[in-house]
Design a protein around this ligand. Structure first.
Ligand SMILES: Cc1cc2nc3c(=O)[nH]c(=O)nc-3n(C[C@H](O)[C@H](O)[C@H](O)COP(=O)(O)O)c2cc1C
Length: 418
């Protein structure tokens, strides 16, 4: 997604300037062309050499340098860039940008640029909260800039408050999302991805769960987001961090996941059911913690839990679509199998009338729950099967959306209406 993108990174004189070296490194590793512009005061914190070594390109600091290179480049940079990120954005530079000043290389480039502008303020919380800074940020947002809110935590002064520059993954996610919204092949689409495992209560402290980490679902959500889709994640129990830049609804049980999913289909183009949903739930969860020797026990000290079948969410989604005579919802299922993977997967695809079924053999050590790789086969409605090698889940997600994007009908086409 970042391959060949031209990103200009503006660095100001804030204590968080050193963190941006890591960001520039990650952007370059992802295949982006990165031009770095430092303010004069940024050079008090980090050296141009650090950034030119990472980006393998000249770093611009001084509009007035005698060769005239920077002066010539400020308009060209603005025209060539796919995105300008200013991080850390100091209170001072935010004020200069808000008032259209162009007194150095960075502010001059910022005025010349037509690509999206991302601003990541980082400063002591009093400076951030100051009405002048807040008014300047509002003005910039009104003009179309995206403000990446600073995080709360321990600041350089030792105080705790809002003002920290978000970590590299959050900044990268914002960049990917912004580029996706401009040029991605899922722009205008709304997709719903379920992720993680469900928990079925036995009593107030115990549950029946599964090993799902949420990694595959989150990879699918992040890929959809980066291609420009408006993305909703319905997440059960997960151990992976929540993906930034997507809407998240948290659920616990299969019934909650069902309700949230069906409610979200009203204007969705695709439903990707990557969550590991419990087939059964405890019929009557105990209202109090079950103790040894309690009335719930059988006479011989054993305990019997009666399980009842959970609803089939994909089947209900299909019924909802059919009841409304609509074809606008692309439905994707996942099958985590331990044996007879292909036979079970093909049967599930037919039974549930899916457009695509992603099957993985979770008995393989490097594939399935809790690991960052997956070996899957894609089963299509027309009977085709595509067997993929063992790949990072991010790569599996990319391939799935490559296949799905052409399947999605226009957003203006029929949608499930409830
Ligand atoms: C040690 C030190 C740390 C600073 N950290 C920040 C900061 O995190 N955020 C900020 O807005 N200003 C910070 N400042 C103040 C800016 O460096 C100052 O406003 C400067 O004029 C900003 O210039 P620039 O916006 O052109 O980079 C700091 C100053 C010093 C001396």
């Amino acid at each position: 997604m970042l391959e060949g993108k031209h990103i200009v990174v503006g660095v100001c004189g804030g204590i968080a300037a050193y963190k941006v070296a890591d960001l520039v490194s990650k952007l370059c590793q992802a295949g982006a062309l990165v031009d770095v512009v430092l303010t004069e005061h940024a050079e008090q914190f980090v050296s141009a050499l650090t950034f030119s070594a990472l980006s393998q390109r000249p770093v611009y600091t001084n509009l007035w340098e005698p060769t005239g290179e920077a002066a010539a480049r400020h308009i060209a940079l603005g025209q060539a860039a796919d995105l300008l990120l200013i991080a850390p954005a100091t209170a001072n530079t935010i004020a200069r940008l808000a008032h259209g000043l162009a007194d150095d290389m960075l502010t001059t480039v910022a005025l010349a640029i037509t690509a999206p502008l991302l601003i990541a303020p980082a400063m002591e919380s009093q400076m951030y909260q100051h009405p002048a800074t807040q008014a300047n940020l509002r003005l910039l947002a009104e003009r179309g800039a995206t403000i990446i809110a600073p995080e709360s935590g321990r600041l350089a002064s030792g105080e705790v408050g809002q003002g920290r520059l978000p970590e590299t993954p959050t900044l990268l996610a914002q960049i990917r999302w912004t580029l996706g919204r401009a040029t991605g092949d899922l722009v205008g689409r709304r997709v719903v991805v379920t992720a993680g495992g469900t928990r079925e209560p036995i009593d107030p402290v115990r549950y029946i769960g599964n090993h799902s980490s949420g990694l595959m679902g989150f990879a699918l959500a992040e890929e959809a987001r980066d291609r420009g889709a408006e993305t909703l994640v319905i997440a059960g129990a997960v151990s992976a961090p929540m993906p930034p830049g997507v809407e998240v609804i948290r659920v616990e049980t299969t019934l909650e996941l069902r309700d949230a999913t069906l409610a979200a289909l009203a204007d969705a183009d695709a439903l990707v059911m990557a969550a590991a949903v419990a087939d059964y739930r405890v019929e009557h969860p105990a209202a109090h913690k079950i103790k040894k020797g309690s009335a719930e026990e059988n006479g011989d000290g054993s305990l019997t839990l009666r399980l009842t079948q959970n609803p089939d969410i994909l089947a209900e989604a299909q019924a909802l679509a059919e009841a409304n005579g609509l074809t606008g919802l692309t439905r994707v299922g996942f099958a985590a199998e331990t044996h007879d993977v292909e036979r079970n997967a093909a049967a599930k695809l037919r039974r549930k009338g899916l457009h695509l079924l992603v099957a993985n053999d979770v008995s393989q050590p490097a594939s399935g729950f809790g690991v960052s790789t997956n070996q899957v086969s894609l089963f299509y409605a027309d009977g085709r099967v595509e067997r993929l090698p063992l790949l990072p889940k991010t790569e599996v997600a990319r391939i799935i959306w490559d296949r799905l994007a052409p399947l999605l009908s226009e957003r203006s086409a029929d949608k499930v209406k409830r």
